[in-house]
Design a protein around this ligand. Structure first.
Ligand code: BES
Ligand code: MN
Ligand code: ZN
Length: 499
């Protein structure tokens, strides 16, 4: 481990961050190795340090073992965070794959900006995240190249750094696993197939896993999950995963619930044709929960956790649930269906109840739940809803560490007026205003007094525009947030959370 790029790194491509306020006074001999190309590029204005600008230079004729270097703009040094470094590693990794290069080295130049373990984790995550390709279903076109070897150069104690590299690799790989699941089309990833894939991932990681079929779901009287599922030819599934490490914090069970709609047509309240294809990713929250649990098992995170993922299609048919129908949830509360397209909250309500039954002391659900959340926060930021505030803040901090941006939203009881029903306990939709908040208030009806946070990833699960560090397509948002939250359990479990 060394702080500086050196002539003896063996790789196909060396990635070096360049700061806007760097003088690059031939630190590490880069200018010499490139025959003065770095200075000339600086003078031409081709190398300004602007975030994510790239410049590939040849170091082939120097004594360096690595023939090419990609300089990646890193912005100002004083604003530099692990999040920037993760993104720089992604940009560098993508540049390598574009050039059909398979061995990548990253030199961290963060210096004392943050801990070397954070740097190591960020770089490992970034390089893994660069190793995802959404075109998995193409049979023609250029062959894809994958990064096969990575050399990460940061300073710091070898032990701490190698653990951090492993953490980054696991988090990056399970984020990609979530992206692959979200990318899978609805005809492939039916609820039954989703459940089998979850079971396979979980068991391979060392979790205990159970799949409940439609009879078991009926036995639990999950009327809301069954109500959504009844319009489909495909039967629903409920996946339950358990992480029970021997050294767990006593009395704490993190309960994770993820929305697993494998395709959302809207049901009888059918969606317009435009963009309906995107609704294959309506199981992104469920996939994030499954992959986060698997990562927690691989990393032996010392907190007990239970995951509940209800899986179904939302389809219109002669048997589908209709507006005006009343469903009875597993906990006994009744719901008047106003709009069958508000199906996520229905399956999550039964899921949250079941996570409590299984002993969850702290709840987090994650779901592509509302278009209203996309209106409120856009495509970069997930919405956080919940109670009590310190628990919301714990999830918020975890998401910051993970590089999954999020922001807290209010869940004032007053909004509950919008869910008043003439004939049942409440309705499933609350009209135009505050749509993301009324969805959260609906979920709140099923969490009783257990600390709970709902993460709305409707805007963040799928990137519609490519960025240098994020190609178009599934993002895998939430996986790293949930694992970072679990890693932080010693801190939040010591707090007294009374809602
Ligand atoms: N899966 C959608 C939410 C969604 C919308 C995700 C856009 C990603 C992008 C959810 O099931 C849904 O249809 N929500 C409705 C709720 C409404 C009927 C109250 C919505 O947001 O329009
Ligand atoms: Mn819907
Ligand atoms: Zn949906």
């Amino acid at each position: 481990m060394t702080a500086r790029p050196t002539a003896d790194i063996h790789a196909d491509l060396l990635v070096i961050p360049v700061f806007a306020d760097d003088d690059l006074a031939d630190e590490a001999g880069l200018d010499r190795a490139s025959d003065g190309e770095v200075t000339r590029a600086r003078e031409r204005g081709e190398l300004t340090g602007k975030p994510f600008e790239t410049l590939v230079i040849s170091t082939a004729s120097s004594g360096w073992q690595t023939p090419r270097t990609v300089l990646v703009g890193a912005g100002g040094r004083k604003d530099f965070t692990a999040d920037h470094l993760r993104r720089i590693a992604i940009v560098g990794g993508l540049a390598a794959r574009q050039r059909r290069l398979t061995r990548v080295a990253v030199a961290d130049r963060a210096g004392a900006s943050f801990a070397p373990t954070l740097a190591a984790q960020a770089v490992a995550e970034g390089l893994c995240l660069a190793n995802f390709d959404g075109g998995a279903y193409r049979t023609t076109g250029p062959q894809r190249t994958w990064i096969e070897a990575a050399d990460v150069r940061v300073s710091g104690s070898a032990q701490g750094v190698s653990d951090a590299l492993e953490r980054g690799r696991v988090l990056g790989e399970y984020t990609n696993e979530t992206r692959a699941l979200a990318n899978a089309p609805g005809n492939e990833l039916t609820p039954r197939v989703f459940a089998e894939r979850a079971d396979g991932l979980a068991k391979a990681a060392g979790l205990s896993s159970e799949i409940l079929d439609e009879q078991r779901i009926a036995a639990l009287k999950m009327g809301m999950l069954m109500g959504v599922a009844q319009g489909s030819q495909e039967p629903p599934r409920l996946v339950i995963l358990r992480h029970e490490p021997p050294n767990a914090i006593p009395g704490v069970v993190l309960g994770l619930v993820g929305k697993g709609i494998t395709f959302d047509t809207g049901g009888i309240s059918i969606k317009p044709a435009e963009n309906m294809d995107k609704m294959k990713d309506d199981m992104s929250g469920g996939a994030a929960v499954i992959c986060a649990m698997s990562a927690m098992a691989r990393l032996k995170v010392p907190v007990r956790a239970v995951a509940v993922v209800p899986m179904t299609e939302n389809m219109p048919s002669g048997r589908a649930v209709k507006p005006g129908d009343v469903l009875t949830s597993a906990c006994g509360k009744t719901v008047e269906i106003i709009n069958t397209d508000a199906e996520g909250r229905l399956i999550l309500g039964d899921g949250l109840w079941y996570a409590r039954e299984l002993g969850a002391t702290h709840l987090v659900d994650i779901a592509t739940l509302t278009g209203a959340c996309v209106v409120a926060l856009g495509k970069t930021t997930s919405g956080l809803f919940g109670t009590p505030r310190p628990w919301v803040d714990a999830v918020h901090r975890a998401s910051e560490r993970a590089g999954d941006r999020s922001w807290p939203m209010p869940v004032f009881d007053d909004y509950m007026d919008q869910l008043k029903s003439e004939i049942a306990d409440f309705t499933n939709t609350g009209g135009r205003g505050a749509g993301a908040i009324t969805a959260a208030l609906f979920l709140k009806e099923f969490v009783a007094d257990v600390p709970w946070v709902h993460i709305d990833i409707a805007g963040t699960a799928w990137a519609e525009e490519a960025k240098p560090y994020q190609p178009k397509g599934p993002t895998g948002v939430g996986v790293r947030t949930l694992v970072e939250l679990a890693l932080d359990a010693p801190a939040w479990s010591a707090q007294n959370l009374k809602s």
